[in-house]
Design a protein around this ligand. Sequence first.
Ligand code: TYM
Length: 342
Amino acid sequence: STRVLTGITTTGTPHLGNYVGAIRPAIRASRAEGVDSFFFLADYHALIKCEDPARVARSRLEIAATWLACGLDPERVTFYRQSDIPEIPELTWYLTCVAAKGLLNRAHAYKAAVDRNEEAGEDPDAGVTAGLYMYPVLMAADILAFNAHSVPVGRDQIQHIEMARDIGQRFNHLYGEAWRRVGRAGEPFVLPEVAIEENVATLPGLDGRKMSKSYDNTIPLFAEPAAVRRLIAGIVTDSSAADAPKDTGSNVFQIYQAFADAEETAAMRQAFADGISWGEAKARLAERIEREVAPMREKYAALMARPDDIEDVLRAGAARARALATPLLEGIRLAVGLGPLS
Ligand code: TYM
């Protein structure tokens, strides 16, 4: 079977970008025959970006309820919290010891922080934690601990998956023989592939930049319909005349097509050519999103009122996840020369 794995960092309220880039494709993939899925709350990753414990705690509940409201079936999917799997930080250390520092120097998130500092004439590493620097290694451990084949993510995560491949490959090269010597077959790690849906790989936000918690330009997935309409009304557009043809490069069109089927997209493309007003285009966008989100919003509200039930699901998921990670880590420990003396 194919193993599909993905996670979301628990630092905020899930938005449309998370939904179309990761949640929806992951849940679709999980329904196929012969697919074994692992979806998780990346709460260790949250600590890298967020020092507000109340926010992290709240976000975990919101993101867990979101996955379930969007149709994750906990019978089919192993659904867990990263911090419930002690094998992940253990594996992070083994991988840390083979990951090239030069590789981590090139990671986007770290480099962006250094570039910002240099532009401001500050020490390049000012305010940069070791956690931010190690972010890609922790993520490699998430993926490699379950030997995932396929990782559905948005475009901003591609580099991290490539780094996980690199680090896994280096580990296989260094310890593959030792792994077989301790009685294991094949290679220690499967090298993961990234799975991207092209038309939603980067959903733009209200200001045209990538929709992102850190840009404060998001549309929360389960905001009330009136709030969604208000946010959409605020999407930045060009100032072409009301009845002039409109540019399908606009974020209004880009977000619409992430929700529409081929026929609806074609009709909207025609309307843009025919000079639909921005007001009307935005109204259609809000309607289209509402049609998809409304039934899930109801489930979400019901789930948010039952955190104990969600906790039960996560605990059962952690037990299932550990049933795989524990034997893998036993082998890894022996392969690197640790473990019992006899
Ligand atoms: P995070 O929490 O920033 O985002 C979660 C998922 O949502 C996708 N996404 C988007 N997709 C399209 N358009 C957008 N505007 C947009 N914004 C966010 C992200 O690409 C991602 O798929 N490091 C990861 C979490 C993680 C993980 C992992 C993912 C930790 N370990 C192992 C996969 C496998 C992150 O911070 O994603």
